[in-house]
Design a protein around this ligand. Structure first.
Ligand SMILES: Cc1cc2nc3c(=O)[nH]c(=O)nc-3n(C[C@H](O)[C@H](O)[C@H](O)COP(=O)(O)OP(=O)(O)OC[C@H]3O[C@@H](n4cnc5c(N)ncnc54)[C@H](O)[C@@H]3O)c2cc1C
Length: 545
């Protein structure tokens, strides 16, 4: 019998497996798709053209995990973009950001903003450091029963309080602002010119079906700045071979450590024993306990503990019997908000695009090319998507990874990732994404073509992923790229539900290790790392039979 079975071979499931195997446990990972990695995969989407088909850029992958799992030794190589971001603007101007360049670019639009930029970056970095320090920690959990565990959690909370208390008053105020305010309010206070606000504001709506003026969106901005590339904080880069190279390196580490990985195996049910029964309002049975899983083909796999890499909604609404879940917990899971408003395209190109504002090929082709010139544009995109189903002037980030990586496309040709927002996660009015995705895909291509005429003609083939496709292909509920909105009510100790922010669930022996747990979505590996620590500790203490 295996000690542990992990449902889902997303990168977090794999990270969790690698740490547990190192702790001496016998681990099996079962993955529904034919390839491991979940949303961090590289696939051929058009003959001869490969790309990171979902997640497309790396920064958040935790450096401790890279080191612990020896990912470089297992083949991972991450390179920096030569220009971080490039924003073509509607009036024929452009804006670029990169270390050593951003300030002079900002000065072309506002001298005042250029002067304020270093202080903005310094203050944001102080708060990013606070978040960084929490990424690999188990959030303090709310305990209702048992003095000893309650003391343990109280100590954890006290430690956190102590750490926050060390911040000076300005940092404490910034922390409050960044966790509660809208990105628009935060940025309008700092800057007056549009391009710099658009650059930073874009981070607040990535995977967030919201306006940059929606309260709470400032945290999403923060969530996108705590990463690093090769030790350089805040940068985004490219994994040679695509995001799948990250998952493959983690899988290689798993194999060396003795983890068994089975692909093409879909889980149908978690085996749970001891449904609580009530007599006169009193719960009379023992605690529900997970014993293993049943696959779609009817195979029973037993294990001492089951860990889910799935979106919590998917796990508890589809794979765990309602009778085993406390009523209030089940209701909270029902209310857990998923739907990031994302539309994703992979495009094979015969040649590089030529932007009207900067037509010659250059380092800006390696950038995250953001078509969203102002916060007002992003707000309109959100309002339009809410009313119409998708924004008719959408936000598009285009990345052309083949400018940094010649393993993805035939020589002289290119692949582009189009990460597009906003669209309704589930189309209202009984409409299906299957009937509208081609129309929306054409709109996305036309949007790029407006800034880079000839782009549409250079398209050789494409893969289009509507929110419904993201759900069908990767198991992302409502196409939510983060496994649930990154809002204050669904973060830290409250992710996914207050009282279960510690990777444990109401079912003994059933744990979660995916992006629906702290610290949330992104290719971080952090939930997998943290869950492994909790499970290994529980096994050592005999909390799992
Ligand atoms: C379009 C898109 C763009 C993104 N861009 C970026 C980016 O550029 N950078 C970044 O850092 N993050 C990005 N993200 C977010 C990031 O990719 C995800 O948050 C992260 O990869 C989720 O990892 P995970 O391991 O928690 O879950 P997942 O990757 O979702 O893994 C869950 C796994 O469970 C499997 N599974 C589902 N059902 C079953 C079943 N019944 N039985 C067995 N297995 C099952 C799935 O196939 C999947 O492999 C993006 C995500 C998407 C979708």
């Amino acid at each position: 019998m295996h000690d542990i079975v992990i449902i889902g071979g997303g990168h977090n499931g794999l990270v969790c497996a690698a740490y547990l195997a190192e702790a001496g446990l016998k681990v099996l990972v079962v993955e529904r798709r034919g390839v491991v990695g979940g949303a961090a995969v590289t696939e051929e989407f058009h003959p001869g053209f490969r790309n990171s088909v979902a997640a497309y850029t790396v920064s958040l992958l935790n450096p401790k995990i890279i080191a612990d799992l020896e990912l470089h030794r297992h083949g991972l190589r991450i390179v920096e973009r030569r220009i971080s971001n490039f924003l073509p603007l509607p009036d024929g101007q452009s804006f670029r950001s990169a270390p050593g360049l951003t300030q002079s670019e900002v000065a072309r639009f506002s001298k005042r903003d250029a002067e304020r930029l270093p202080e903005y970056e310094r203050r944001l970095e102080v708060i990013a450091d606070v978040v960084r320090a929490l990424l690999l920690e188990q959030p303090p959990n709310l305990i209702e029963h048992g003095i000893v565990p309650a003391i343990e959690e109280a100590l954890r909370a006290a430690q956190l309080g102590g750490r926050l208390n060390k911040l000076d008053l300005t940092a404490k105020r910034d922390l409050l602002d960044l966790f509660t305010k809208s990105a628009g309010d935060w940025l309008d206070h700092w800057f007056e010119s549009d391009p710099i606000k658009a650059l930073f504001g874009f981070d607040s709506i990535v995977g967030n079906f919201a306006s940059p003026y929606t309260p709470g969106s400032a945290y999403v901005l923060l969530h996108h700045v705590f990463g690093e590339v090769n030790g350089k904080k805040g940068l985004w880069g490219h994994a040679i071979g695509g995001m799948g190279a990250i998952s493959q390196a983690i899988a290689a580490c798993c194999i060396v450590r003795g983890v068994e990985i089975r692909t093409g195996v879909a889980v149908k049910q978690v085996i749970v024993e001891n449904a609580p029964t009530r007599a006169g309002g009193v719960v009379v049975s023992e605690t529900p306990t997970a014993r293993g899983i049943v696959t779609e083909t009817g195979e029973c796999i037993t294990a001492k503990a089951v860990i889910s890499n799935l979106n919590p909604k998917l796990l508890f609404e589809r794979f765990v019997g309602a009778e085993y879940q406390p009523e209030d917990f089940r209701e909270r899971i029902e209310r857990y908000r998923c739907g990031s408003g994302t539309f994703r395209m992979n495009v094979a190109l015969s040649k590089l695009p030529r932007f009207t504002c900067m037509p010659e090929p250059g380092d800006h082709m390696t950038a995250g090319i953001i078509i969203a010139p102002s916060l007002a544009y992003m707000e309109r995109a959100y309002d339009d998507a809410r009313a119409h189903g998708w924004s008719r002037e959408p936000i598009v980030e285009m990345l052309i990874p083949s400018t940094l990586d010649d393993t993805l496309a035939p020589a002289g040709q290119h692949v582009a990732s189009l990460f597009c927002q906003h669209v309704q996660p589930v189309l209202l009015g009984g409409r299906s994404w299957d009937d509208h995705k081609n129309e929306v895909a054409d709109l996305m291509i036309a949007t790029v073509d407006k800034y880079a005429p000839g782009f549409a003609k250079s398209v050789l083939g494409m893969m289009v992923l509507s929110p419904l496709d993201l759900e069908r292909t990767f198991g992302l509920v409502n196409g939510d790229i983060m496994h649930g909105a990154l809002s204050l009510d669904q973060l830290f100790s409250a992710r996914p539900v207050l009282g279960h922010g510690d990777y444990r669930t109401p079912i003994k022996g059933l744990y979660q290790c995916g992006s629906g747990t702290h610290p949330g979505g992104g290719v971080t590996g952090a939930p997998g790392h943290n869950a492994a620590k909790v499970v290994a500790r529980d096994m050592r203490r005999g909390r799992v039979e």
